[in-house]
Design a protein around this ligand. Structure first.
Ligand SMILES: C[S@@+](CC[C@H](N)C(=O)[O-])C[C@H]1O[C@@H](n2cnc3c(N)ncnc32)[C@H](O)[C@@H]1O
Length: 205
């Protein structure tokens, strides 16, 4: 399966290396979208770190969504540890056929998952379908800011000297395809952020 990151080793990386990036990215999402209440889908949530960071600074209910049951189990454990049992739910499924009704959520967030999606046009169409009119999506990847990115790259390169390059290769095709896909899907507005915070598509239904 494409994107079948080993959940246990990914969990270790999130806890020991990536942890500081999620609160930074959550702040960036709120600054860009101004959405602080309602329902949010964390698509390809992995162990749930971004959704949890967003829940910690908003009143949002987070639906954690991933193709991997094991990742969802981990995200459920972390949601409980963060006192989010009343503001969290968990759905297993594939981004290409999201098992939610039309116009269901106010915000879709996703970090580090889209490079693994088989068909970006279909995935982004699904994201638009489940957004409420006026709802927003913040989809992409990054490490928050230049300082965190450089620190993380240095740490990851210690174990895998090719980590930075393999990572760049992974995101290149989507970068190239995304403007055409968003032009075709025609959300009411979109912006592509490509700066020290990472590469993100932000759009409004
Ligand atoms: C690199 S992890 C990122 C996890 C998390 N968002 C984070 O930033 O820590 C990518 C996640 O995307 C999920 N994923 C990949 N392809 C998917 C798909 N087609 N549908 C749903 N989830 C998918 C994987 O199972 C994995 O948990």
């Amino acid at each position: 399966m494409k994107g079948a990151t080993n959940p246990q080793s990914f969990d270790q990386i999130v806890r020991n290396v990536f942890a500081p990036i999620y609160p930074v990215i959550a702040e960036q999402i709120v600054a860009k979208t101004s959405i602080k209440s309602g329902r949010c889908l964390d698509a390809g949530c992995g162990t749930g770190a971004l959704g949890i960071a967003l829940a910690n600074i908003t009143d949002m209910h987070i639906t954690f969504f991933d193709q991997s049951d094991e990742m969802l189990n981990l995200s459920s454990q972390y949601a409980t540890l963060n006192d989010l049992d009343n503001r969290s739910s968990f759905i297993q499924g594939d981004i290409h056929t999201i098992p939610l009704p039309d116009e269901d959520v106010h915000l879709v967030i996703s970090r580090g998952s889209s490079p693994f999606w088989e068909d970006w046009h279909q995935a982004y169409r699904e994201i638009l379908r489940i957004l409420k009119p006026g709802g927003m999506a913040y989809i992409g990847g990054g490490f928050g800011n230049a300082e965190l990115r450089e620190k993380i790259i240095a740490t990851m390169n210690e174990n895998n000297p090719n980590w930075r390059n393999s990572f760049k290769d992974r995101i290149k095709p989507e970068r190239e395809a995304l403007p055409g896909i968003l032009d075709a899907l025609a959300p009411s507005s979109y912006q592509i952020i490509d700066d020290e915070s990472g590469f993100w598509a932000v759009f409004t239904k």
